[in-house]
Design a protein around this ligand. Structure first.
Ligand code: ADP
Length: 448
C-alpha cells in the first residue's frame, strides 16, 4: 500500500487526486512552478515542492525535476492527472527505472495508443470497429490523392502523433487535397515534432461517443458505459453527458463488451477511454486515451464510483472493486467546462478573482481550484472549473444545471459561463439532438 503519492499536475485535477488520496489515508505531495506558489493544490496537499519557473516545459513537464521531487519527498507513486506527462511513455519508463510506481498503464500501452496509426491497427486486431481510412501513414500528396479517391471525399488528414484537436485538416474535394495535406503536415511538425499524417473518411454528422474502461492489469477488464462529448469547439469538448442521449442500453452493452474484452486481452492496467465517432447506429474508433479524462465525473455520477480511487487501487496491485454486473446506470449527469476566456472569441482571460461563489445542493459538484482573491496565471490552459450535475433523468439534470449555473459567481475575469446560459435555452440541447458540428454552427449564428 502507498502511504505517500506525488501529483504531477496542477489546478482542479490536482485537487481531485488529493481528495481521493486523503479519503484513502494516503499523504500527498504537490509540485508547483513559481507562478503557482499560491495555488490551491499547493495549499491542500500535505507537502509541496517547487519544481521550476512558470513555463510548463521547465516545471510540470520537467521529468528530472519531478523525479527529484518524488525522491526528496519519499513518495512511492506519481499520479499524472491529465495533460502534461500523463501520456508520456518515456516518463513512465524513467519512473519504472527509478522504482517509482506510475498510477496509470504501462509505458508499452501508452506508446501503443499514443501513435494513432498503431492504435488503429491494434484496435482492428482487437475487434474494435474503426473509421475507414488510409492503411498507415500517408507520405506524399500523390498517395493522399489516391487514398482520397478510394475512400471518397470529404476526407480528414490527421497527425499520427496528434492530440488536443491540432494538426487536423478536412479536404472536401480534390482541389483542396494538396493544401490540406501540406497544412496538416506543417501543423503536425510544429505541434508534435513529427510530421507524419494519416487519412480518414470525414464523417458528416457523427456524435463523439467514448467508452470508459478499466483494466486490472491481470487480464481483467470492465466498461463504465459511454459519455457523449459531441459539443465541441475546434475539436475541443465543452459539454459532456452520460449516458449518451441517443445510445440505447443494447448499444451500450454491445460496444461496452467489445471494449472491455479488448482491454482484458491487452492486459491493460487502470483507467482508459476508447473514443468513437457514432453515426447511423455504427461506432467508429478514432483513438484511445490512456489516462483519466477531464470529463470523468459524469461517469462517476451515474455509476456511483470514484475513478481516481480505483486508479490508485489498481496501481497498488489490488483487484477492481466492482465487477461488470455491479455497474448499473443510475440517472443522468452533465458536465460543463468553464474557462477563463472572453467571448465571443474565446481569448484567454487570466487575472484576479474578486468574488467566487460555488453552487451547491442535491446532485451538484463543482471541481475547481479557484478561491476568492486567487490570481489565475497566464501560463497554463484556461479551464478554471467543471460544474457537474446529476439527476434522476436527463430532464432533471438539465434543470439542475440551469439552477446551479444561476448560483455560480466568478467575478474579476471573463468566463464562458454566458455561453452555457445561452446553450441551456436551446431546443437542440434540451432535446439532445446535436452532432460534433452543431456547436460551431451555433456559434457562427449566435456569436459570429
Ligand atoms: P485529438 O487526439 O486531437 O483530440 P481525435 O482523433 O480524438 O483527435 O479527434 C478529435 C475530434 O475531431 C473528434 O471528436 C471529432 O470531432 C473530430 N474528428 C476526428 N476524426 C474525424 C473524422 N474521421 N470525421 C469527422 N470528424 C472527426
Amino acid at each position: 500500500m502507498f502511504d505517500k503519492i506525488l501529483i504531477a499536475n496542477r489546478g482542479e485535477i490536482a485537487l481531485r487526486v488529493i481528495r481521493a488520496a486523503r479519503e484513502m489515508g494516503i499523504k500527498t505531495v504537490a509540485v508547483h512552478s513559481t507562478a503557482d506558489a499560491d495555488a490551491m493544490h499547493v495549499r491542500m496537499a500535505d507537502e509541496a515542492v517547487c519544481i521550476g519557473p512558470p513555463p510548463s516545459t521547465d516545471s510540470y513537464l520537467s521529468v528530472p525535476a519531478i523525479v527529484a521531487a518524488c525522491e526528496i519527498s519519499g513518495a512511492q507513486a506519481i499520479h499524472p492527472g491529465y495533460g502534461f506527462l500523463s501520456e508520456n511513455a518515456n516518463f513512465v519508463q524513467i519512473l519504472e527505472d527509478h522504482k517509482i510506481t506510475f498510477i496509470g498503464p504501462s509505458a508499452e500501452h501508452i506508446r501503443q495508443m499514443g501513435d494513432k496509426i498503431t492504435a488503429k491497427e491494434t484496435a482492428l486486431k482487437l475487434g474494435i470497429p474503426v473509421v475507414p481510412g488510409s492503411a498507415g501513414g500517408v507520405p506524399d500528396v500523390a498517395t493522399a490523392r489516391t487514398a482520397a479517391a478510394d475512400m471518397g471525399y470529404p476526407v480528414i488528414i490527421k497527425a499520427t502523433a496528434g492530440g488536443g484537436g491540432r494538426g487536423m485538416k478536412v479536404a472536401t474535394s480534390e482541389k483542396d487535397i494538396e493544401t490540406a495535406f501540406r497544412t496538416a503536415r506543417s501543423e503536425a511538425k510544429a505541434a508534435f515534432g513529427n510530421d507524419e499524417v494519416y487519412m480518414e473518411k470525414y464523417l458528416q454528422k457523427p456524435r463523439h461517443i467514448e467508452i470508459q474502461v478499466f483494466g486490472d492489469g491481470k487480464g481483467g477488464g470492465v466498461h463504465l458505459g459511454e459519455r457523449d462529448c459531441s459539443l465541441q469547439r475546434r475539436h475541443q469538448k465543452v459539454f459532456e453527458e452520460a449516458p449518451g442521449p441517443v445510445i440505447t442500453p443494447e448499444e451500450r452493452a454491445r460496444i461496452g463488451r467489445i471494449c472491455a474484452n479488448a482491454i482484458a486481452e491487452m492486459g491493460y492496467s487502470g483507467a482508459g477511454t476508447i473514443e468513437f465517432l457514432y453515426e447511423d447506429g455504427e461506432f467508429y474508433f478514432i483513438e484511445m486515451n490512456t489516462r483519466l479524462q477531464v470529463e470523468h465525473p459524469v461517469t462517476e455520477a451515474i455509476f456511483g464510483v470514484d475513478l481516481v480511487r480505483e486508479q490508485i487501487r489498481v496501481a497498488e496491485g489490488l483487484p477492481l472493486s466492482f465487477t461488470q454486473s455491479d455497474l448499473v446506470v443510475n440517472g443522468a449527469a452533465i458536465e460543463i467546462r468553464i474557462n477563463a476566456e472572453r467571448l465571443p472569441n474565446f481569448s484567454p482571460c487570466p487575472g484576479k478573482i474578486t468574488q467566487y461563489h460555488v453552487p451547491g445542493g442535491l446532485g451538484v459538484r463543482m471541481d475547481s481550484a479557484l478561491y476568492d482573491g486567487y490570481t489565475i496565471p497566464p501560463y497554463y490552459d484556461s479551464l478554471i472549473g467543471k460544474l457537474i450535475v446529476h439527476g434522476r433523468d436527463r430532464a432533471e439534470a438539465l434543470s439542475r444545471l440551469q439552477r446551479a449555473l444561476g448560483e455560480l459567481i466568478v467575478d474579476g475575469v471573463d468566463t464562458t459561463v454566458p455561453l452555457f446560459h445561452a446553450l441551456l435555452q436551446d431546443p437542440d440541447i434540451l432535446a439532445g439532438t446535436y452532432d460534433i458540428h452543431w456547436l460551431e454552427r451555433w456559434l457562427e449564428t449566435n456569436m459570429g
